[in-house]
Design a protein around this ligand. Structure first.
Ligand SMILES: Nc1ncnc2c1ncn2[C@@H]1O[C@H](COP(=O)(O)OP(=O)(O)OP(=O)(O)O)[C@@H](O)[C@H]1O
Ligand SMILES: [Mg+2]
Length: 201
């Protein structure tokens, strides 16, 4: 399975998602993370610490001779329409993380229009950095996305400071000593399960 993580808006959790879904998939089968963001955030993450899967940038050849069962591709924000077509054509599923705020949702609407205009429909939206206490505006966001039939992961990723700590230390959230580490990891585990259950693949 090849999964590409993309969004128009920056800072919505693409790299955090790519890293943790690659970790989930690596637990199932050999997985490679390709860092296709010129900022090299995923490569930096790997270089700062230790991750349980291989990370290469798009120009590198993977070290392992073993074939990869899964590939996760992290990308930069704001892909142009042409780039989006290439990204979509080269994967089984596009994952589009979005935070539940107005600016991110406006960017999401634009992204969905772009995808529609190039006839891409193998994508799924992932809500990220959700408030840990559900509130009315969050429920409204979920209702709007569901009633407008936006393909959405049932699981959202909650906002936990431990994600930032994991990025700073170059490890998975699970490997940070923090009271919320397991809960944070479980959110990505659930998304990984949804993925493997074959969301539209
Ligand atoms: N679920 C979360 N809870 C709390 N903080 C988070 C969460 N997900 C990501 N973050 C933090 O938000 C910031 C942006 O996350 P990340 O780098 O994954 O986004 P991105 O979409 O890859 O950004 P860019 O567009 O710059 O590549 C980082 O500081 C990260 O640690
Ligand atoms: Mg990133």
């Amino acid at each position: 399975m090849i999964i590409t993580v993309t969004s128009l808006k920056g800072g919505v959790g693409k790299t955090t998602t790519a890293i943790h879904l690659a970790a989930y998939l690596q637990n199932q089968a050999n997985t490679l993370l390709i860092d296709a963001d010129p900022n090299r955030s995923a490569s930096g993450w790997a270089n700062r610490g230790k991750l349980p899967f291989e990370v290469v940038d798009e120009r590198q050849t993977p070290r392992s001779d073993r074939p990869y069962d899964h590939v996760v591709i992290d990308t930069q924000a704001r892909p142009l329409r042409d780039e989006l077509v290439v990204l979509a054509e080269s994967c089984d599923l596009l994952i589009i993380p979005t935070t539940p705020d107005v600016m991110a949702l406006e960017a999401l609407v634009l992204m969905l229009e772009n995808l529609k205009s190039v006839a891409v429909n193998h994508y799924r939206v992932l809500l990220t950095q959700l408030p840990t206490q559900s509130n009315r505006s969050l429920e409204q966001v979920k209702t709007i996305l569901t009633t407008t039939k936006v393909p959405l992961f049932k699981t959202g990723i909650r906002r936990f400071t431990v994600f930032r700590e994991a990025a700073d230390r170059g490890v998975l959230v699970l490997d940070v000593k923090d009271a919320k580490a397991i809960e944070a990891w479980q959110d990505y585990q659930r998304v990984g399960q949804e993925l493997l259950e074959g969301v539209g693949l």
